[in-house]
Design a protein. Structure first.
Length: 392
């Protein structure tokens, strides 16, 4: 990393590309033999590209306990979520038009659900507990005779809480209700097994796991088959569910990224957890600091903190040498308080005083210590400048 760049503590938005992944992608870009259209099976160029794509498909499948034929390539988790939600809801509309989800889902789930409501579907948005957890009992109580789909995020991108996906999956499987999971933040951080968790549809993306941007996948259960209506039409690639020429370098990069993420998960989680606890220990000694999200049921890499008495936007601006986030990167242009923190019962003022720190494979102790020093200094400086009575 260049010395001119700030300390990067925004891994939940985009993890840096792993050099091993970059090397594999460069090989695909430079090797003329791998630059054929993988749908052109009539010549060696196409067959060689197809072989690499199928190898990557197997790597992604292995990371989530699936069979390779269940993996459909997409442009990322946003498209995967859209294909899962629109595809399943519209295909199964005759079975029921009720969907269950939560208020703390990513916008790539909430916005499609709003569109489905405009199309005549009914959506129940579950309110999590103050710690961010949506209980299986809440899901159970929300189910109706016309419920056809439940969509629940595995790891929350803003506060890092981990939902009990397996328990919810078993409830849905017992009642014959489709279960979709947004697992964009899960791979390489927590175990994912689609069979054990009774998941029918699972959205994943490469760039949250040290892979390239612009590529993702949707797991679709094949036995018994899950019916989906496609969003894109054209050449009929990916079983007709996602037409378009497949990008071999990105797919190869995603496959290797997922293989590395799962192979090194235990070591990564142990090291990143120590760094997160070091960061929290350094910040929590400040007065008026509050951890957002469940204290134990959370992913190793995310720390969401409210700094009472300090406006989050001002603090973010003051931390010019640290790349952190005021919430989801996908909603960073919005000046409204985090809807995730508001759903947990936080006031607008507290939600606006919060920052998300997210750590990763390349974070160092030196970066953590430097971040602690800068944050402490700027919080104390801004509080000293705040009008009397501003601090809570």
């Amino acid at each position: 990393m260049s010395a001119d760049l700030p300390i990067y503590l925004d891994y939940a938005a985009t993890t840096p590309l792993d050099p091993r992944v970059a090397e594999a992608m460069i090989e695909c870009l430079q090797d003329r033999a791998l630059q054929g259209n993988p749908s052109s099976m009539g010549h060696a160029y196409g067959r060689l590209a197809r072989a690499r794509i199928e190898q990557a498909r197997a790597q992604v499948a292995a990371a989530i306990g699936a069979r390779p034929e269940c993996i459909v390539w997409t442009s990322g988790a946003t498209e995967s979520n859209n294909l899962a939600l629109f595809g399943a809801a519209r295909f199964n509309a005759d079975r029921g038009r009720h969907i269950v989800s939560s208020r703390t889902e990513h916008k790539a789930v909430l916005d499609p659900l709003k569109q489905l409501e405009r199309e005549g579907f009914s959506v129940t948005y579950l309110k999590p507990n103050a710690d961010g957890i949506v209980t299986p009992e809440q899901v159970q109580e929300a189910l109706r005779p016309d419920t056809q789909l439940v969509s629940l995020m595995h790891v929350n991108n803003e506060i890092g809480v981990i939902q009990d996906i397996g328990a919810v999956g078993r409830i849905c499987r017992e009642k014959g209700i489709l279960f979709h999971v947004d697992a964009a933040q899960s791979i390489g951080k927590v175990p994912v097994d689609v069979e054990e968790m009774c998941i029918d549809l699972l959205s994943v993306t490469a760039h949250k796991s040290y892979g390239p941007k612009g590529i993702g996948a949707l797991y679709i259960r094949r036995t018994p088959p899950v019916g989906l209506r496609p969003l894109l039409f054209g050449g009929g690639q990916e079983l007709g569910l996602r037409s378009g020429t497949l990008p071999t370098p990105q797919i190869v990069g995603m496959g290797l990224a997922f293989e590395i993420a799962e192979r090194e998960r235990a070591a990564d989680v142990a090291r990143i957890t120590r760094l997160r606890e070091r960061l929290w220990a350094g910040l929590s000694t400040l007065d008026g600091v509050e951890l957002n999200g469940h204290p134990e049921r959370r992913v190793c890499s995310v720390l969401n903190v409210s700094f009472h008495g300090v406006e989050g936007e001002s603090l973010l601006y003051a931390l010019g040498n640290i790349a952190v986030s005021a919430g989801s990167a996908c909603a960073s242009a919005s000046e409204t308080p985090s809807y995730v923190l508001r759903a947990l019962g936080r006031s607008d003022e507290v939600a606006q005083s919060s920052l998300r720190f997210s750590l990763g494979r390349f974070t160092t102790e030196e970066e953590i210590d430097a971040a602690i020093a800068v944050v402490r200094r700027e919080v104390e400086r801004l509080r000293a400048l705040a009008p009397a009575g501003r601090a809570e």
